[in-house]
Design a protein around this ligand. Sequence first.
Ligand SMILES: [Zn+2]
Length: 73
Amino acid sequence: MREPPPRRWLHVRCLRPYCGREALIDPAARFGAEAGWPAAGLSRRFVCRCGGRAAHVSYGDGKPKPDNPCGWL
Ligand SMILES: [Zn+2]
């Protein structure tokens, strides 16, 4: 039996100084097909609780850290 491909996670970090909230999102559940996922790097598609609209987006594979301390979305 082949293993399924590792699950990808979307990591979003607020860029507002002294905020530093982060979120871990399942991009497939949130955005559907991969074509609609936000590009890695600077993104303005997210709004933080602090009101910041600039965020850094990156993708990771495998198991996410269990907690999403900020709960942005
Ligand atoms: Zn923020």
